[in-house]
Design a binder for this molecule. Structure first.
Ligand code: AMP
Ligand code: GLY
Length: 642
């Protein structure tokens, strides 16, 4: 007897689910509710179903029962949180998708954090706040000892828009008030910002057991180079190069199984797809769970189901019946790469423009195109949602899949279409730099933050200090960077610098970036970082408007002299004391400062902005050196125009 399957939803992910399930030799009839006008004639549709109407669930379930649905498969998150699976099951319709109680792991960030803590799953440190004022006072407290960066999340479902990743305390405070105003948030999770590579890892679960899919990578930000607001996902690919095979076993034992046990203990058995959004540091092998979703990712599902060689139907059925133990231990995926690029409507994610006519040679079907925010309006297809379609390419390599996906994307057009041009592309090769610091290394943090935010194309390959207990080393270690200490012996500068060079050599830095490194560098070390064009590849930030107040305590000197202006200067380092060519400067008024500490506080804010900004063009080496005049050794660095 062939089976009858009902897929619930209307987006690109549900298109992929319906397409994959319809190909199952076990499935005789495939229905979609409400489905999508653009999905072609292969599916029987229940177009009048509106999944956002909770009060209609009982009617829907009754209709499914009468249609003798053998398995309902729920795609989107909201109906799960609203208890659609519970209603279907209570009407005797076997369902793949978690109960509302289990789906809380996605619907409430605070609940997810509680579960992770109880299950011992690695996750970012966090605080829960139940009001705006509580959130603000937590942030005030935290800004002193956390960082670099804070993440503010509102508790409920927000279509990927309830999370703000902030580099500075004032941004985090603004995020709280903004989420309260625009997303109606009143409960917040405030967490430490983590750095690394993101992975989307999903598993089919039957309440007790988990079978992992291959990992995928999603691109959540709207704009190229990870800029702009968070979205539901603008593109994805799978497999993810560099993820070691044995990592899957760790994920299963350290994340999925403990969470399933904890949910079961709370009476919320999870049956369906559990999705862990991870931050992973490939160098240290550490990982943290950023979030859980209670369903397939969109657009990750489109690439994963394209690569899946197994029949999806028996897997979903076994999970729904709590019988995953009757299935093979692993799911089979093709070795090919698959990559999807999403075409989104103008105005997405805030207010997607509707009713734009879609020009497409032919409404090509999966696995090339998956249709989401589309409807038919008097014989034409028009935009009807944020993410309108996804174009998929497959190939022996990621690059090949990428080329094909973009070729397919170009066959579809509509006014104002937004898409990212860098899905799966390795961005500009970042410049390898080593940071040298003697103290707390707040400029190191500012640089790292800029790198992670995509504002600076560099890679810190090592952090080195002349003090074994410098806090900067602990901070570097905490994010998995090599932290080296080379402590000088009294009076032996040459030997010390030899040792510094030897320690750095394996990491092959192209530039040395000094961030409060309290030692004067000798010609020998500088020579090792001199470019072919003769300038120094050692950069420093000095707390004064050079050439005033060189030497130690720039801010103090300015304050004690009664200067009205203080400032910070970024310069290339030569043999003189703070005398190399100046690349960037910023002044600030200190006329109203009553203590040195006040000047220093203001100065740090300026430095943290100025240094990454200046490094952006210094590292690009798109500058020239002017000789001021023949007699002078003074040189000026200028940005080259082209
Ligand atoms: P979430 O909905 O919790 O996954 O957050 C959406 C996105 O925000 C994630 O995919 C990350 O890009 C980012 N994000 C969330 N939490 C953190 C964190 N603790 N550190 C850094 N980025 C984060
Ligand atoms: N693409 C991320 C998600 O589905 O939540």
């Amino acid at each position: 007897m062939k089976k009858t399957v009902l897929v619930l939803g209307s987006g690109g992910r549900e298109h992929a689910l319906a397409w994959k399930l319809a190909r199952s030799p076990q499935v005789g009839r495939l229905m979609v509710a409400p489905g999508n006008d653009a999905w072609g004639p292969d599916y029987e549709r229940w177009p009048e179903i509106n999944l956002s109407e909770r009060e209609s669930y009982a009617r829907l379930a009754e209709r499914a029962r009468q249609a003798r649905v053998d398995l309902a498969v729920i795609g989107p998150d909201n109906p799960l949180a609203d208890g659609l699976a519970d209603v279907l099951i209570s009407h005797g319709v076997p369902t793949f998708g978690p109960s509302a109680a289990a789906a809380r792991i996605e619907a409430s960030k605070a609940f997810a954090k509680e579960v992770m803590q109880a299950a011992g799953v690695p996750t970012a440190r966090f605080f829960r706040a139940d009001s705006v004022s509580e959130a603000l006072s937590i942030l005030d407290r935290l800004s002193k000892d956390w960082g670099p960066g804070w993440v503010v999340k509102c508790d409920g479902l927000a279509l990927g828009k309830g999370v703000r990743v902030c580099a500075f305390p004032h941004e985090a405070r603004d995020a709280v008030t903004d989420l309260a105003k625009n997303a109606g948030a009143s409960t917040f999770v405030i967490e430490e910002r983590l750095f690394g590579e993101e992975l989307s890892w999903m598993a089919l679960c039957d309440g007790k057991r988990a079978v992992l899919l291959d990992p995928a990578r999603d691109h959540k930000r709207l704009g190229d180079a990870d800029t702009g607001p968070n979205t539901g996902g603008m593109g994805a690919f799978s497999p993810v190069p560099g993820v070691p095979a044995e990592f899957a076993e760790r994920m299963k034992n350290e994340v999925f199984l403990p969470v399933l046990r904890e949910l079961e203990r709370r009476g919320a058995e999870f049956k369906g797809v559990l999705y862990a959004g991870l931050m992973w540091n490939p160098r240290s092998g550490k990982f943290w769970v950023l979030e859980f979703n209670a369903r397939f990712g969109d657009p990750e599902a489109q690439v994963l189901l394209t690569r899946m060689e197994d029949d999806l139907f028996p897997w979903c059925e076994a999970a729904a019946r709590c019988e995953l133990d009757t299935m093979p231990e692993k799911m089979r995926f093709s070795r090919e790469s698959a990559l999807i690029v999403v075409g989104a409507a103008a105005g997405y994610p805030d207010s997607p423009e509707r009713d734009q006519v879609i020009a497409c040679e032919k409404m090509i079907d999966p696995p090339s195109l998956f249709w989401g925010g589309v409807r038919k309006k008097s014989d034409r297809y028009v935009t009807a949602g944020g993410r309108v379609f996804g174009a998929v390419g497959t190939g022996a390599s990621l690059a090949e899949a990428r080329t094909r996906a973009y070729a397919r994307l170009s066959t579809v057009q509509f006014s104002g279409m937004q898409f990212r041009s860098d899905i799966g592309a390795s961005s500009d090769q970042p410049v390898p730099i080593a940071v040298l610091a003697s103290g707390r290394g707040s400029n190191f943090e500012a640089i790292q933050t800029a790198i992670e935010a995509g504002a600076l194309s560099a890679r810190i390959v090592a952090v080195l200090s002349d003090k074994a207990d410098a806090p900067v080393l602990a901070k570097a270690r905490a994010i998995g960077l090599p932290a080296l200490s080379v402590v000088p012996r009294k009076g032996d500068r040459a030997a010390h610098e030899e040792a510094v060079l030897a320690a750095l050599r394996p990491y092959a830095p192209h530039f040395l970036v000094l961030a409060g490194y309290m030692r004067i560098l000798s010609p020998k070390l500088l020579q090792a970082f001199r470019s072919d064009r003769g300038y120094s590849r050692v950069v420093n930030i000095h707390p004064s408007l050079l050439p005033s107040f060189s030497g130690a305590g720039g801010y103090r000197q300015a304050f004690e002299h009664g200067a009205q202006l203080a400032g910070a200067s970024v310069h290339l380092v030569d043999e003189s004391l703070d005398g190399g060519p100046i690349c960037a400067q910023e002044a600030f008024s200190i006329a109203d400062c009553r203590t040195v500490e006040e000047v220093e506080r203001r100065g740090l804010v300026v430095e943290h902005r100025l240094y990454p900004e200046a490094l952006r063009w210094i590292l690009s080496e798109r500058f020239v050196m002017d000789k001021m005049d023949k007699s002078s050794e003074n040189r000026r660095a200028r940005v080259r125009q082209n």
